[in-house]
Design a protein around this ligand. Structure first.
Ligand code: SAM
Ligand code: SF4
Length: 373
């Protein structure tokens, strides 16, 4: 049976964070019922795409899936057949969970929790517009552990305006004391159409400092390594065996089907995404049509470029043999000149059949990826 990963998008949040440009709303709760009905119907309409597939992971992301009463999550998950072996993750805003919800998640087969912590400094949390404080973040992770969740992850953001190295360091130190198996540490991206962007434009907040951002990145790597968290991707760290299977699937070009508003799919060498317009998404499904847009076949050449870009994000990189098997050509011959330049600049490593980014290459990953295009 072919394997498939499923992403489910829940576009509702209690309140919009200052830096966030994800598709999520804090003023459309009246649409929650219709949206969940649409999700359920979308799964039914996707019957042929789901038929004879083994679902290896499900990721409930958002927005804030845990903002919704758990009956809605249960309704959606009950439409999918997956086994105990599947990794089933949910993104959590710490303020939106309690004991009952967490117990219910466990009963529905959710076995991995990803907490949006962002920072363990109350001033920075307020600046970010987070609805929780440090204590709530810590307490909710401890509660989840008490209830019996073992596979717990947390997200952090570094490089935020006014976040000093010292403040970030103490967040890292405190988060290491929690029962986590995985951490995603993201460098802040200042996105247009966010409050953060307009505050920086109006000089109400300083522009993030690139040098400090890189220092924070290095600090993340060293602190986490000391605590047994191995970096396996540019922004992701895990205790051995607890790497996110779902996200590894994206980087390894596994097939995945995105369900819900704006969700992207990569399926059978085709790429498409759902409508980004909430009303259109619900309307399209109401007339029994899938809201897929911009369907494109992915040529072998595109697959090859994506392979290089995605695999180089991983610490393990890729093997020259795998590359040759997939694309019937020799990486070091095809890109001889580019490789020479990248090696001279100490951006990539090629040794014993493996290609990977150097430490410097991780700092300039976008520049490395672009050189292959
Ligand atoms: C959908 S959110 C996680 C769940 C929940 N919505 C929350 O925020 O608690 C996904 C993650 O993306 C990261 N993120 C969102 N916007 C970002 C940005 N502009 N720059 C860097 N990381 C960002 C945050 O770490 C966030 O936890
Ligand atoms: S970061 Fe998470 S909680 Fe904040 S607005 Fe974005 S999706 Fe919602």
């Amino acid at each position: 049976m072919n394997k498939l990963r499923i992403y489910i998008h829940i576009p509702f949040c209690q309140s919009k964070c200052q830096y966030c440009d994800f598709i999520s709303y804090d003023n459309k709760d009246y649409l929650i019922d219709s949206y969940i009905d649409a999700l359920v119907r979308e799964i039914e309409l996707s019957y042929t795409l789901l038929k004879n597939k083994q679902i290896t992971s499900i990721f409930l992301g958002g927005g804030t899936p845990t903002y919704l009463p758990s009956k809605y999550i249960k309704k959606v998950l009950s439409k999918l057949s997956f086994s105990n072996e599947s990794e089933v993750s949910i993104e959590i805003n710490p303020e939106t969970v309690n004991k009952e919800k967490l117990i219910e998640y466990k009963e529905m087969g959710i076995n991995r929790l990803s907490f949006g912590v962002q920072s363990l400094d109350d001033k920075i949390l307020r600046l970010m517009g987070r609805i929780h404080n440090k204590k709530t973040a810590i307490d909710s992770i401890l509660l989840a552990k008490d209830i019996g969740f073992n596979n717990i992850s947390a997200d952090l953001i570094f490089g935020y305006p006014l976040q000093t190295l010292k403040i970030y360091e103490s967040t890292l130190e405190e988060i290491m004391k929690l029962p986590l198996k995985h951490l995603s540490c993201y460098s802040l991206s200042v996105e247009k159409n966010t409050i953060l962007h307009s505050m920086i434009s109006k000089k109400m907040l300083p522009i993030p400092n690139e040098k400090l951002d890189r220092e924070m990145y290095k600090l993340t790597e060293s602190k986490l390594a000391k605590n047994g968290f191995n970096q396996y991707e540019i922004s992701n760290y895990a205790i051995n065996g607890y790497e996110s299977q779902h996200n590894l699937g994206y980087w390894k070009q596994d097939d995945y089907l995105g369900i819900g508003l704006g969700a992207h799919s990569y399926y059978n060498q085709q790429r498409f995404h759902n409508s980004n317009d909430l009303f259109k998404y619900i309307r399209t499904i109401k007339i029994n049509q899938l809201p897929h847009e911009e369907l494109e076949n992915i040529s072998l050449e595109e697959q090859e470029k994506e392979f290089i870009m995605l695999r180089l994000r991983l610490n393990e990189g890729f093997s020259l043999d795998t590359y040759k098997e997939k694309f019937s050509c020799i990486f070091t011959e095809k890109y001889e000149q580019i490789i020479k330049k990248l090696k001279d600049d100490n951006l990539i490593n090629i040794s014993s059949n493996k290609v990977s980014l150097t430490d410097k290459g991780k700092d300039f990953s976008n520049q490395v990826f672009l050189s292959f295009f």
